[in-house]
Design a protein around this ligand. Structure first.
Ligand SMILES: Nc1nc2c(c(=O)[nH]1)N[C@H]1C(S)=C(S)[C@@H](COP(=O)(O)O)O[C@H]1N2
Ligand SMILES: [Mo]
Length: 412
């Protein structure tokens, strides 16, 4: 009997000499900072979709009070969404090894018996379950959305959004309970001199690596993920973005040779629909509707803006040089001179969730916001939205509708 191997519920089952309050506290403090940035940039990203403006933009219409913080997303600085989403996705991927190491460092506690010693202890353990489950869930859904863009069910947004709030509630509880102790641990403990603690193995195996060595290993994993992701946002580094499906090496050369999210073929756009004889833009507003061919659009006053495409997946392009008709000038054509209203944009595309988008009045009014006909001195390519696409400063890619067919101005 005496030689029976211990069960996972027994502290003696866990033999790694690395476990202990110092190791767990270091990882915990890194996550405290990192996850807070992930949460804030995630909430910002949702606000940037203009979900309060139109149900078409809102992938979580039942959010209720969770949308309490929504605000009118600004149009400056023009790289705002590029920065926000680059940080959100790159940091999220970089933190994966830290999250896994943190879970590993406290895994004996997940098995500890009895399940609850007191009501307080029971509540703490329930919050831990939500914390671990919610954390893994957020990381997994985030990575799947970036990696399996076309395969992921349309439910990514609600899953990731609600998951974030569940996780946040557990995270705040956990951080309030544990941060003081983690900071105390870091001030008073040395990596080599541990107090007795339920994380420290009562019969540790021989160490094969020091605690610092193990931390370097985790940090090295994070660095590797960072280096193979961050390039998705920078020209010249794109080839290093091995983990970014759309943000990697530039597809083809030439003026239209920058990242494409969905191609014209994927969106079901046929060349016959976009030809000069077939395509007409219908602009509707206070004074009725006008129909414009591409040639007629090209005769309106044209303006230029240097703006990036920045996708929710985290990748972004450098500033491209777009040329087209200002959205506010189109508004003026249909009776809104001076203070343009909101705008509803519809694509030729018949299916797919990003074929329509609502833009807020501040976005329509910005002189950099265009219905672009040209990019980098050439006609838009079919994949970048020929005959015409929207481009708005600081906005997520989703709002830059391609293959535009109808624009309706008016308060939404
Ligand atoms: N009609 C239409 N417009 C669209 C999309 C789409 O699927 N359909 N995708 C959007 C998304 S998610 C992004 S990131 C940008 C990408 O633009 P690009 O392919 O020109 O880089 O286009 C946006 N415009
Ligand atoms: Mo996107």
């Amino acid at each position: 009997m005496r030689d029976d191997p211990p069960l996972p519920s027994s502290p003696a089952f866990w033999r790694s000499p690395l476990r202990g309050p110092w190791f767990t506290s270091v990882l915990g403090v890194v996550l405290l900072v990192g996850v807070t940035v992930l949460f804030v940039t995630g909430l910002m990203s949702y606000a940037a979709y203009n979900p309060g403006l139109s149900p078409v933009n809102d992938k979580t219409p039942d959010k209720g009070i969770l949308g309490f913080y929504l605000f009118a997303w600004p149009t400056a600085p023009h790289w705002l969404y590029r920065l926000n989403q680059g940080v959100h996705v790159t940091l999220g991927i970089t933190l994966i090894p830290v999250l896994l190491a943190k879970l590993w460092s406290v895994v004996p506690r997940l098995f500890a018996l009895p399940p609850a010693r007191s009501l307080g202890h029971a509540l703490e353990r329930i919050s831990l379950l939500l914390l671990v489950g919610g954390g893994l869930f957020e990381f997994v859904t985030g990575v799947l959305n970036v990696q399996l863009d076309y395969l992921f069910p349309g439910s990514f947004y609600p899953l990731h959004f609600y998951g974030a709030w569940v996780f946040c509630a557990a995270f705040v509880t956990h951080a309030l309970l544990k941060t003081p102790m983690a900071l105390r641990n870091l001030r008073h403990l040395r990596e080599e001199r541990e107090e007795r603690n339920d994380l420290v193995s009562p019969r540790p195996a021989e160490p094969t690596v020091s605690r610092r060595g193990a931390l370097s290993f985790v940090g090295g994993g994070s660095l590797l993920l960072f280096l193979t992701t961050a390039g998705q946002s920078f020209d010249g580094l794109r080839r290093s973005a091995l983990l970014a499906p759309h943000g990697g090496a530039v597809p083809g050369g030439g003026p239209n040779g920058f990242q494409i999210n969905k191609t014209a073929a994927y969106a079901g756009i046929e060349a016959v629909e976009t030809g000069e004889d077939a395509w007409r833009l219908v602009v509707t507003g206070r004074t009725g509707s006008v129909r414009l061919s591409r040639a007629q659009l090209a005769e309106l006053p044209l303006n230029s803006s240097a703006l990036p495409i920045a996708c929710v997946e985290g990748w972004s392009t450098s500033d491209q040089w777009w040329r087209g008709v200002r959205l506010c000038d189109l508004a003026a054509l249909v009776g809104y001179d001076g203070d343009p209203p909101d705008l509803f944009v519809e694509s030729l595309q018949r299916h797919g969730s990003f074929r329509r988008a609502a833009l807020r009045a501040n976005q329509v009014a910005d002189p950099l916001s265009l219905l672009a006909l040209y990019v980098n001195g050439e006609d838009l390519s079919p994949d970048h939205g020929f005959p015409a696409r929207v481009i708005v400063p600081a906005a997520p890619g989703v709002l830059n509708t391609k293959w535009v067919a109808r624009m309706t101005f008016g308060d939404l």
